[in-house]
Design a protein around this ligand. Structure first.
Ligand code: NAP
Length: 496
């Protein structure tokens, strides 16, 4: 498979351990979990299968580091210096991170290097700057002239970041960077299927000089160690990205300890394509909107709404693009769609393909699950035309390279269809009429609206959902709010 000498190669990854209080350790019960490569279907390595006792050790380490350690008392500039070092180390080790993500979850190496890695290091730099600029408070006056009000921004305490398998590194950095910048201590629990970049990021934290106990990593089943984090009194905040079903559980289970929570959950995002759009650009936005990272993207443009007058032409050209999509090894620079990250997801997506075939919609591209060199969890870029918004494939999050294309008549019809979903994560409008674009952007119930584009991200741009897609924001100055709390100090100056 790795025949081309200049292309990145698979590499051996040593077995992973838990990082607790600055030391790499084994799980108390001595159990491991296998990590496998969806392209070769071979085992890559093992990681520790932590249990409740390990979670307690990590919680104690993070709690003691917060209460007694130097981290929260460091000047903002000193914390920022460490975050800048983490950003530099991420960039220096970009190749290793990209190969790990390609092997672990099938993300194309080139996408990771060109898009994900700069975003991840950018998040650390951005929040280092935010800590210096926005962690201080204010000095205010009151009704009474001798009374002054001092406001002070403080960290929350112990933050547990529970992350999914689809953008393992990016969705960890978007939590860890603001959490550390604000002076919190962190426990990271990555998805069991994709722990490899989490191990490398924890090593970056150690090498950058994050003090012992401030950054902890535990790998193991969410239902055990994730649950222990959510229920612990000593964990102050859960920063969660994952499915809406698990998110709802976490909200319930965190209620007894009044947990601060941010919830980045699922989506079924509408991409609205008007007849006046630049058709070639709209086709590209629709193609990458759904098929980037093989559709394993929470903000994928997973419902394509097309104005009736261009519907047939759009479907014909879009199906042709999908049929030409290049499936392959994510380490091959020519690959557009790598393999599906896990066997369970692969089976689930194929179930949705069958639901589409069994529905009133028309399969116009894909639907197959080819092997490459006899192996791999590949699914073709799959398009169902003449779909309606009530179909299973239009309502449920498929989380794969499968998309329904639905016709609409006018602006009101487009908005009605776009908002007719439980979710509200992202959306897009492709049109040459800026007034219409901005008018409709106001009416869409979603946290992100992309106008004449898709998949744009920046550390400065708040990101998060409406409705069942969750609450709280990652990225942007707004994110710091989710990792801090405000204290108000009243001072009597006397001399009234
Ligand atoms: P998931 O099954 O909800 O798992 C997410 C994380 O939660 C994993 O680390 C998992 O651990 C852990 N977990 C599972 N059960 C738990 C429990 N009872 N208590 C505490 N933690 C628990 O989601 P996924 O399948 O990994 O990710 C795909 C989902 O994430 C999709 O719905 C997608 O839309 C969503 N997503 C949202 C965003 C966003 O920003 N809104 C971004 C990306 C993905 P284990 O792996 O050990 O089970």
């Amino acid at each position: 498979m790795d025949a081309h000498p200049s292309r990145p190669q698979r590499r051996d990854v040593p077995p992973g351990q838990l990082l607790i209080h600055g030391a790499w350790v084994d799980a108390a019960a001595g159990e491991q979990m296998a990590v496998s490569d969806p392209t070769t279907e071979a085992q890559i390595t093992t990681v520790q299968k932590a249990g409740a006792r390990d979670a307690e050790r990590a919680i104690d380490a993070a709690s003691v580091a917060f209460e007694e350690g130097p981290w929260g008392r460091l000047g903002h500039e000193d914390r920022a210096k460490i975050l800048f070092r983490m950003a530099d180390l991420l960039d220096e080790r970009a190749d290793d991170f990209a190969i790990r993500e390609a092997m672990d979850m099938g993300m194309p190496y080139t996408d990771f290097r060109s898009i994900i890695m700069p975003h991840c290091s950018g998040l650390f730099r951005f929040f280092a700057g935010q800590a210096m600029a926005h962690m201080d408070g204010g000095y205010r006056t009151s009704y009474e002239p001798h009374i002054r009000i001092l406001t002070r921004r403080e960290p929350l305490g112990v933050v547990a970041a529970i992350t999914p398998w689809n953008f393992p590194l990016a969705l960890t950095c978007s939590k860890v960077a603001p959490a550390l910048a604000a002076g919190n201590t962190v426990i990271h629990k990555p998805a069991s299927d994709t722990p490899l970049t989490a191990l490398a990021l924890a090593q970056v934290a150690l090498d950058a000089g994050v003090p012992a106990g401030v950054y902890n990593l535990i790998t193991g089943p969410g239902g055990v160690i994730g649950d222990a984090l959510v229920r612990s009194k000593k964990v102050d905040k859960i920063a969660f990205t994952g499915s809406t079903a698990v998110g709802m559980n976490l909200i319930r289970n965190g209620a007894d300890t009044i947990k601060h929570q941010t919830m980045e959950l699922g989506g079924k995002s509408p991409n609205i394509i008007f007849a006046d759009a630049d058709l070639d650009a709209a086709l590209q936005a629709a193609f990458w909107g759904i098929f980037w990272n093989k559709g394993e993207v929470c903000v994928a443009g997973s419902r394509i709404l097309v104005q009736r007058s261009i519907y047939d032409e759009f479907v014909e050209k879009f199906a042709a693009l999908a049929k030409d999509a290049v499936l392959g090894d994510p380490l091959d620079p020519a690959t557009q769609l790598g393999p599906i990250a896990t066997r369970a997801e692969y089976d689930k997506i194929l179930m949705y393909v069958q639901a589409g075939v069994d529905s009133s919609a028309r399969l116009v591209a894909g639907g197959g699950a080819p092997k490459i060199d006899g192996k791999g969890l590949f699914i073709e870029a799959t398009v169902f035309a003449d779909a309606t918004n009530d179909l299973k494939i239009s309502r449920e999050e498929i989380f794969g390279p499968v998309v329904p294309v639905i016709p609409f008549e006018d602006e009101d019809d487009a908005i009605r269809l776009a908002n007719d979903t439980d979710y509200g994560l992202a959306s897009g409008i492709q049109t040459s009429d800026l007034g219409k674009a901005l008018r409709l952007a106001d009416r869409i119930k979603a946290g992100t609206v992309w106008l004449n584009t898709w998949h744009k991200y920046h550390p400065n741009a708040p990101f998060g959902g409406y409705k069942a897609s969750g609450y709280g924001r990652e990225q942007g100055a707004e994110a710091l709010e989710n990792y801090t709390q405000h204290k108000t100090v009243w001072a009597n100056l006397g001399g009234q």
